[in-house]
Design a protein around this ligand. Structure first.
Ligand SMILES: Cc1cc2nc3c(=O)[nH]c(=O)nc-3n(C[C@H](O)[C@H](O)[C@H](O)COP(=O)(O)O)c2cc1C
Length: 188
């Protein structure tokens, strides 16, 4: 079994990013255990939590759980909208939390894929590029092509939240297939 964690860069109940993420669940092979990992409850990152000299700031249990979940993953898929031309704060917070401590970075060697979306035409271009920039600091194998920018995202879904347009389904499926190949080639 391979384990994939999906991180959604939106806390909104009706989030299109979450709908896209849910649509990808069935696109993975049967021997893949894929879950959306929640990040909205994680306290804002403060390095004092990781500073052994700051005993009045104990490491939050939620950080430990989140880091362990990422470490136990064979790959991480990010599905994110764009907030003010960059990634939403909840997602940046998640990136920061797993970036420490320096000698035990949870992101290390985790293959990653990125799907960005926007209600506008740009498909979260800046958000995706900014996320790539942040992740480039870690030793994370990244998927280069195809880049997935989903513009006008509210138009994709039927009443049940399923993406029906054959072209879009194929495009996302192709991306997941490539992501799976990356995972297979980089994990034991
Ligand atoms: C604070 C904020 C900033 C936003 N900034 C951008 C932006 O820079 N570019 C963009 O395309 N859409 C922007 N939007 C619109 C989002 O694409 C839209 O709200 C989208 O539905 C959010 O994704 P979600 O449905 O997954 O929550 C912004 C929305 C909010 C609330």
């Amino acid at each position: 079994m391979k384990k994939i964690s999906i991180l959604v860069g939106s806390l909104r109940q009706g989030s299109f990013a979450r709908k896209i993420a849910k649509n990808t669940l069935a696109m993975f092979p049967e021997n893949y255990e894929v879950q959306i990992v929640e990040i909205g409850h994680l306290p804002l990152y403060n390095f004092d939590y990781d500073d052994p000299n700051m005993s009045e700031f104990p490491l939050p249990e939620s950080y430990t759980e989140f880091r362990e979940t990422i470490k136990a993953s064979d790959g991480v898929l990010f599905v994110t909208p764009e907030n003010n031309r960059t990634i939403p704060a909840c997602l940046k917070n998640a990136v920061d939390i797993c970036s420490k401590p320096n000698d035990d970075v949870a992101w290390t060697n985790k293959p990653n894929g990125i799907i960005s979306h926007s209600v506008g035409k740009m498909g979260g271009y800046s958000s995706q590029k900014n996320l790539r920039l942040a992740l480039s600091y870690f030793d994370m194998p990244s998927l280069g092509q195809p880049e997935v920018f989903l513009g006008n995202s509210p138009n994709y879904f039927d009443e049940d939240g399923n993406i029906n347009a054959e072209r879009t389904v194929k495009f996302i499926q192709d991306y997941i297939d490539r992501f799976v190949k990356l995972v297979e080639s980089t994990s034991a």
